[in-house]
Design a protein around this ligand. Structure first.
Ligand code: ADP
Ligand code: MG
Length: 309
């Protein structure tokens, strides 16, 4: 199959986004951006065997590649609009491409975002998505705004995806919901947008809570104290932790794609309504204090967050 036939077959579909003036097919895409808005952009690469097990289905790979990028846009409090896709394939495997394309299209429709271009090359399987979103000027959430006394919060539960991966690697059968967290992460876009003007700092948890919260602390020049007993953990993993007291999965496992954010006291009363509106759980796990790094009360013998190098 010729490269251009492949693109036409699998990577062009109709979208109803008025801001896309020219999509896939030319040397570049053209998009309008409304006045009063800023462009937020982010890029993430998934490499087979590094970011997902080689056995992961095409549909799950596509979902994850887009969802992790959407998660970055969520962490900025922005609205995702369009993305480009750089795909490196070992071969032209049409059933694989069909599943990949269908899954990508489905998630794109769900969040009303358009695929506006890309690049297709041959090599070891890798997927790079560059995503762009809009934010009302000056409203983006950053890592740098946390203040002493702010509460530290996370959405939903932590460690579920990492637990599923651990089980797959240790010949155990993962629980269905944990496996879903690993393969089909849900980007917290509604939460991110709801936190505009409420949260003082925000990050999405991709490499593990300890490492990602530390990014907020360094950027904001503050410290934090969190307690392992307060970490939201699903029932299956909690049961395991009760036995061995090992909190390394929720602290360092990564692949959560939940949001970790800080909120000043005056805004904390609004979090209940936000959680209800977004249909999610929000849990306070600690507080921001004067600089001195991250203190984790109750954690013993935990490993390190994921490091690429
Ligand atoms: P060029 O050589 O000018 O960079 P290409 O031949 O790489 O263009 O691509 C032709 C068109 O197809 C471009 O509009 C490009 O953005 C798009 N495209 C290529 N690969 C993909 C892909 N995997 N997904 C979406 N669009 C793609
Ligand atoms: Mg060109």
């Amino acid at each position: 199959m010729h490269e251009f036939d492949l693109i036409r077959e699998y990577f062009i579909w109709s979208t109803n986004q008025a801001s896309v003036v020219l999509g896939v097919g030319d040397d570049g895409a053209i998009c309008d951006i409304e006045s009063g808005y800023q462009l937020v952009s982010s890029i993430d690469t998934l490499i087979a065997g590094v970011h997902f097990p080689q056995t992961t289905s095409a549909a799950d790979v596509a979902h994850k590649a887009l969802a992790v990028n959407l998660s970055d846009i969520a962490a900025m409090g922005a609205l995702p609009k369009y993305y480009t896709l750089a795909l490196t394939l070992p071969e032209v495997n049409q059933p694989w491409l069909r599943d990949f394309s269908q899954s990508l299209k489905q998630l794109s429709k769900q969040f009303n975002i358009s695929l506006i271009g890309g690049d297709t090359t041959k090599g070891n399987l890798s997927i790079t998505i560059s995503i762009m979103g809009w934010i009302e000027s000056g409203k983006a959430l950053r890592r740098s705004g946390a203040q002493i006394g702010d509460g530290v919060y996370v959405s939903n539960t932590l460690g579920s995806a990492a637990f599923a991966l651990w089980q797959l690697n240790n010949n155990e059968v993962p629980d269905v919901t944990n496996l879903k967290s690993l393969n089909r992460p849900i980007p917290q876009l509604e939460l991110g947008r709801s936190l505009q003007g409420i949260a003082s700092a925000c990050i999405d948890i991709s490499d593990g809570l300890e490492q990602d919260l530390s990014h907020i602390l360094v950027a904001s020049n503050v410290g934090a104290v969190i307690e392992v007993e307060k970490l939201p953990i699903n029932r299956v993993l909690a049961k395991r932790i009760l036995k061995d007291g090992d909190y390394s999965l929720p602290l360092n496992g990564g692949d959560d794609y939940e949001l970790c954010f800080t909120v000043p006291e005056k805004n904390q009363a609004m979090l209940g309504d936000i959680a209800k509106h977004c249909g999610i759980k929000i849990t306070q796990i600690g507080v921001i204090c004067a600089s001195g790094g991250l203190e984790i009360v109750g954690a013993k013998n935990i490993g390190e967050s994921y490091q690429h190098f």
